[in-house]
Write a new protein. Structure first.
Length: 223
């Protein structure tokens, strides 16, 4: 059931201005009956300023009169308070991290030039003007801007950044670059281990004691 926007202040007004029972007021305002009793006895922690639910368009005088005529009647709210909805716009960034935005923007521009200014703005929560100034190196503080990973700075999550990079790369027709620098070393190591395993198996079949496998890294100071 919907409740008034300010239940305690509404309860205070209903206590002072109507003959509704404490049970009716408590149920309408979503309060415990003892809270309503405390408001009526002025024993609440602070004196409340009443809030008129009729002027707030949460209750009608007809409903109040029905309740006053019948103690068992349950008041019906005219309409609940408007829910707060997030509007479209730049991502909100805590004040403590806003000074890090230029560093995060510079990092994305340097490492992922395929990402558009609009996408960067939505990810970091900034304007196209700021991004363009950093890209053109005309930003007023360009001398102190150091590219830093926005994930490390806490400006976005790794998942959000990865999704944006993948989307931008797909739109630009860029294939995902895989690091193949260690593939040769990996294959050589696997081949060596495979050969040692086969040699040990042959030695076991012949009844010879297999030689201890050679360590991958030898101690240069061991004699």
């Amino acid at each position: 059931m919907a409740q008034p926007l300010m239940p305690h202040a509404t309860a205070s007004w209903l206590v002072d201005n109507t003959a509704l029972s404490f049970e009716q007021i408590a149920e309408f305002c979503g309060l415990h009956i003892l809270e309503v009793q405390a408001i009526a006895d002025d024993t609440a922690a602070t004196k409340l300023t009443g809030r008129d639910p009729v002027r707030a368009h949460e209750l009608t005088m007809d409903e109040i009169e029905k309740g006053q005529a019948n103690p068992d009647y349950r008041l019906k709210m005219l309409k609940g308070p408007e829910q707060v909805r997030r509007t479209k716009g730049p991502r909100y960034t805590p004040v403590s991290k806003r000074q890090d935005k230029p560093d995060g923007i510079a990092w994305i521009i340097r490492n992922h030039p395929e990402i558009s200014d609009g996408a960067i703005g939505k990810l970091i929560g900034t304007t196209r003007t700021t991004i363009a100034a950093i890209r053109d190196r005309t930003h007023w503080n360009i001398g102190n801007i150091t590219p830093k990973d926005p994930v490390t700075l806490g400006l976005c999550s790794q998942r959000e950044l990865d999704a944006l990079v993948a989307k931008a790369a797909k739109a630009a027709g860029i294939e995902e670059v895989q690091d193949t620098r260690l593939e040769g070393d990996r294959e050589a190591l696997l081949e060596q281990l495979r050969a040692e395993r086969e040699a040990a198996a042959r030695a076991a079949e012949a009844g010879d004691e297999p030689a201890a496998p050679r360590p991958l890294f030898e101690d240069p100071f061991k004699r």
